[in-house]
Design a protein around this ligand. Structure first.
Ligand SMILES: Nc1nc2c(ncn2[C@@H]2O[C@H](COP(=O)(O)OP(=O)(O)O)[C@@H](O)[C@H]2O)c(=O)[nH]1
Ligand SMILES: [Mg+2]
Length: 379
């Protein structure tokens, strides 16, 4: 194998130089950060990467290289573990190589954060939030500790900061009700899964939690919207009525006054359609004490999710519901979004199946979902 050591100011530059000089087949053999000289105010940290490219074996001979023999002979678990460590570090570096200068800067100052940083960025957490989490978590980290210990403490601190930022709330527990039904409306952009989520929740509350549940649809714009909810209601034997005006809604709620919970499905509208949003707002913000649950799909681009949430914030929502986590590996945007409106998360949905694909997560489960380490939860 031909080997060569490359030095550069950042990983991207080192990788680019390796590719240019040694070609696309070059392998990264080792990496290290060279700290800047403490007495030189202009000096910067450098990265050193050793790369190698395989030399074709001579024909007719034994194809096994000396290096291979050494590996096999050693059969050494330590060696394999250290190789795995190197490979995962390289994978981390490659996955963050395309990110902006903020990420490169934080790597220069805190190279030990590479693993945590990469896992957050891979999960779709924004660069800004990932950097701020690392910076806060590094604040009181003892610089004299050994590297592996620093990484362990860093991970622990970052997780603690994330958990601090998350709030979860099981909004539909039985002991919250005192004679009058709890009325809850679900709002959010078209197609995010409001009707499906309501059907899942209605099943959870009526079948598992043994509550009396009524359903109201004020989705009077889409043909079939009421029928969709009604179909689920019939299967579960629940009362389901449409309401097109404030009077209709008052009548429907009067009919349902003996229920424990009434779930209201709203029209799916573009959040740019302010007039239609206002119509729903007038309906559900009338004097009925309705809680509001902002439903957002994690398949949306972060920027669209943020814009939609901001438009629906006029409803003064009580919780977030995040849907379709089964359709993406990048649920990190939930961590960004929860801080935008600072609301608790009441539910997460992970599939089209009614009623199974609904999660009422605790904080740890939600953090696992955000970091792509699990999409199962307890309903
Ligand atoms: N993959 C996936 N699809 C979902 C989920 N929730 C809802 N859907 C699908 O999204 C589509 C729109 O759902 P719907 O409830 O009608 O959305 P609404 O317009 O907000 O009421 C339907 O095809 C649902 O089956 C989910 O958690 N995962
Ligand atoms: Mg709907």
């Amino acid at each position: 194998m031909n080997k060569k050591i490359f030095r550069a100011a950042n990983i991207q530059e080192a990788l680019a130089n390796i590719k240019e000089e040694m070609g696309g087949d070059a392998m990264i053999l080792s990496t290290r950060k060279i700290p800047r000289k403490p007495l030189d105010p202009y000096a910067k940290d450098m990265f050193e990467v050793e790369a190698g490219v395989a030399v074709a074996p001579a024909t007719g001979g034994d194809n096994t290289s000396k290096g291979d023999v050494a590996y096999k002979k050693k059969g050494d678990e330590d060696l394999i573990a250290s190789l795995k460590g190197d490979i995962s570090e390289i994978r981390d570096m490659i996955s963050i190589a395309g990110f902006g200068s903020g990420i490169q800067n934080i790597l220069c100052s805190h190279f030990e954060s590479v693993g945590v940083l990469a896992s957050f960025l891979r999960a779709g957490v924004s660069e800004r939030l990932a950097i701020s989490l690392i910076e806060r978590s590094m604040e009181r980290l003892d610089p004299d500790l050994e590297q592996s210990q620093r990484i362990r403490i860093l991970k622990k601190n970052v997780m603690a900061h994330c958990l601090d930022r998350l709030e979860v709330k099981d909004f539909f527990v039985r002991n919250n009700y005192s004679g009058v039904p709890h009325v809850a409306a679900f709002v959010g952009p078209t197609g995010v899964g409001k009707t499906t989520t309501i059907a899942k929740l209605a099943a959870l509350l009526s079948l598992k939690r043994k509550m009396k549940v009524g359903l109201i649809s004020i989705d009077n714009y889409r043909i079939g919207a009421f029928e969709q909810l009604k179909a689920y209601a019939s299967i579960m034997g629940l009362l389901c009525v449409p309401a097109f005006s404030a009077q209709d809604l008052a009548c429907a709620l009067e009919r349902m006054k003996t229920m424990d919970v009434v779930l209201i499905d709203t029209a799916g509208h573009s959040h740019y359609d302010k007039k239609k949003l206002d119509e729903i707002l007038q309906l559900i913000k009338s004097d009925f004490g309705i809680s509001v649950h902002l439903t957002l799909s994690v398949t949306a681009e972060s920027i669209n999710m943020k814009e939609a949430a901001s438009a629906f914030s006029v409803f003064n929502p009580d919780t977030y519901v995040f849907t379709k986590i089964d359709e993406t590996k990048r649920c990190g945007k939930i961590l960004d979004q929860v801080n935008e409106l600072n609301l608790p998360v009441s539910m997460v949905t992970n599939g089209q199946k009614v009623p199974e694909d609904l999660i009422v997560p605790d904080k740890q489960a939600l953090l696992r979902i955000i970091l792509g380490k699990g999409s199962k939860g307890e309903a």
